[in-house]
Design a protein. Sequence first.
Length: 294
Amino acid sequence: MQVIDLRFLGRDDTVAAFLIETPEGLVLIESGPYSTFGSLEASLRALGHSVSDVRHVLLTHIHFDHAGAAWALAEAGATVHVHPFGAPHLAAPEKLYRSAKRIYGDEMETLWGEMRPIAPERLRAVGHGESLSFGGHIFTALHTPGHAVHHIAWQWGDEVFCGDVAGVRIGSGPVTPPCPPPDIHLPDWKRSLSTIRGLRPKALWLTHFGRVEDVEDHLDRLENALDDWAEWIRPHWAAGEEQSEVVPRFAERVHDGLRRAGLTPRDIARYEGANPAFMSVAGLYRYWQQTKEL
């Protein structure tokens, strides 16, 4: 198995894809955004492959940093495997793209690049617990909502490709929970973590970024951070404070924690690239509002 560093925004160890060679062709877990497709192509060439050698793409979810380039791989002949809730958005991504454009504005192209529809015959919706076998390699889809309703963690032997449900952890840094809108749901997320714990995996693979072997401690720290972030946001939401006023304070709190953990400005920039503070403020505001309305 090869970890492919997609060099998002020119930074290393920020967004990964994972490549597995099988007798039936290459399997790629995550596509990354289309803005990093050149990096993906170059990495494949360095390993002696081309984009057309990728036969299957297993997505954890359809956020742009995980799935934005899936259409290009599908056009080159790959089948894209995705949660049933995510498949329609990849077949017709216009609404998804417009929603992101409202958030990112003029930075949309730089951050994510374009997104084109994937032909229905190149899309395959995968059910919870369903296993896919490619050249003797078995991948089992675990529906793991909480970060996104359409999230899948892919079990491969005694290891799990976790997307975002197991958090962000770069280098020697702490674990942080990515909490973008619109689907953050704390009870679902904790149930998904229980699902992963129940597998007793030897290792987790994080899209942001790399291999985790201290699985129980990592998941404990993620759950604690998730509660901490949500409870810090709650009184600001309850007081009706504008998100634009809360974001700088939240970002400074997060960055201060990273500095106290010994991270450098370069490390902090990688965390911010993988898990922007303003997105977690927006996602947790929405979570508390939805919780109130239940």
